[in-house]
Ligand binder design. Structure first.
Ligand SMILES: [Zn+2]
Length: 71
């Protein structure tokens, strides 16, 4: 059920894991507190063939919402 908990193994440095609905995401930090609270220049990231991407600035991880059609 909690597939996202696995991400903490993949991304042990992630201060926050954000579930998104598109493969292209933007991040400007400043959300969720912690080390990223000060924010950073807004950047766009593309997951490409993957299902997650890590922000190179604040280490937050963005994961695509479950779109596998699993029911
Ligand atoms: Zn960021």
């Amino acid at each position: 059920m909690s597939a996202h908990s696995d991400l903490t193994d993949i991304y042990p440095n992630a201060p926050e894991i954000v579930v998104v609905t598109g493969h292209r995401v933007s991040c400007a930090g400043g959300q969720g507190g912690g080390a990223s609270a000060l924010g950073h220049p807004k950047v766009w990231m593309d997951m490409g063939q993957g299902t997650s991407v890590e922000c190179k600035y604040c280490d937050r991880v963005f994961i695509i919402a479950d779109d596998t059609g699993e029911h």
